[in-house]
Design a protein around this ligand. Sequence first.
Ligand SMILES: Cc1ncc(COP(=O)(O)O)c(C=O)c1O
Length: 338
Amino acid sequence: MLVAPDVARLEAYVPGEQPASRSVVKLNTNENPYPPSPECAKALSSFDAASLRRYPDPVFSRLRRLVGKIHSVSPERVFVGNGSDEILSLAAKAFAWEGRRIGSLDPSYSLYKTIAAIRGVEWTADMRSRRISLFFWTNPNAPTGEYVEPSVIASYARKSKGVVLVDEAYADFARGNAMALAAAKDNRNIIVMRTLSKSYSLAGLKVGYAVGPEELISALYRIKDSYNIDAVAQTLAIAALSDRKWMRKNAAKIKKTRRAFTLALEKRGWDVVPSEANFVFARPPAPFKAAELKECLKANGVYVRHFPGPLTGERLRISIGTDGEMNRLLAVLDSLRS
Ligand SMILES: Cc1ncc(COP(=O)(O)O)c(C=O)c1O
């Protein structure tokens, strides 16, 4: 046997399709339809390629300081990952072990289950399980877009014996967030995680960060790869985070489109979960069936996501693009009905 039995058995996470064609309407991976801050293009064009012969700063000092400044915490309480997905994997290594469990909401980001399987621990949706040593609380949740008040998370964390990692990949599209919980001086077990992939329009860069108590953050530093954030990513992440106005402007446009698109779907008989993220999770009216409709839309050049299964299979997760992109999707829907 060449492959470890656990790995041979593993059901891999399936990311959304990345079609090569640029002419499709791509609403399947919650990417931002708007470009990143012009500060990123400037930083990229003035980047000194010769400097790449050296390894990057292993602890991304400038980037950490900037994140710390943004959230009013010391840099010792900031970790940066190669996408927030890397932080999730490192958290599983650091805070889960044999006999313990990793918990999450259900449905939620399906990568959590895969991460638990890779770590060799059980996954559970039973929030009251005493064996949970790490709970991934996605807020707003994916794929539903539902938002809970941070006080609900705080009350769970107070009772929990484990680490509560609040995955705030979509927080910039929501009415609030839990960062104050992570930044609080007496915080013992809450980590709040963000990504630059969604609101900052930098999915191709893969940078995410986490804020939490020093004891937990230092555990992540102990187990990370030496140079997990490359030099280009550090430079561009600093450029993007230095121009938060740009991010906020785009998030506001997306929220406006989300409102209009939700109404347009409802007018057509869809059931739409009220969303605080950059996507909606919606059930098409009969005679449409979600799985078939996804394929039909794809044949018409519109990509959306379908998650089979009892909790999710009746709905489609549709990322919010530009108004033009949403109108194209609506036009395809109308053409299928007529
Ligand atoms: C809930 C959630 N967490 C984390 C991620 C991963 O983000 P990143 O690109 O930073 O790895 C995603 C991406 O879709 C997500 O939906």
